[in-house]
Design a protein around this ligand. Sequence first.
Ligand SMILES: Nc1ncnc2c1ncn2[C@@H]1O[C@H](COP(=O)(O)OP(=O)(O)OP(=O)(O)O)[C@@H](O)[C@H]1O
Ligand SMILES: [Mg+2]
Length: 145
Amino acid sequence: MYKKIMVPVDGSEKAATAAIHGAELASKLGSELLLFHVVPSLPPYVDPSPDRLSNIQQVIIDEFSKHGREILDKVKDDLEPYGLNIITDIAVGHPAEEIVKKAKEAECDLVVMGSRGLGEIKGYLLGSVSNRVTRHAACPVLVVR
Ligand SMILES: Nc1ncnc2c1ncn2[C@@H]1O[C@H](COP(=O)(O)OP(=O)(O)OP(=O)(O)O)[C@@H](O)[C@H]1O
Ligand SMILES: [Mg+2]
């Protein structure tokens, strides 16, 4: 049980805390850990048909992907003391959808995530990504506050 644990990370404090929970569990259960980041795709009202715009879109996505890989590397480095087998992966798209899809594809049997992330709107217990993932994931989801 819980042989492969996914921790989706967005660079927030809460995601870093979730990563520690995931690592603690993984070290006790002998699980593999998958750290996953999603670069949010740009809103559909940006019409990418003119070349100029699609080039700009690509530049933005490339920069965000670079930053996303830095986030993943930092979390991975911080977890080094646990001596775990850690994989990192990145996708571009809608964060909740990509997390649910990846967890299924990679056959993760637990997702450990933060209750909130980088979102600015305070007051909600759950952010929109944790809300969607808890409702749609095929496996159990542990939400860390
Ligand atoms: N782009 C992302 N890639 C990977 N994981 C993410 C991403 N965004 C959120 N998460 C995961 O979901 C958790 C909850 O973040 P969420 O985005 O739901 O909250 P929020 O940012 O406070 O709210 P909102 O995004 O709705 O404004 C994070 O701690 C992290 O584990
Ligand atoms: Mg968010």
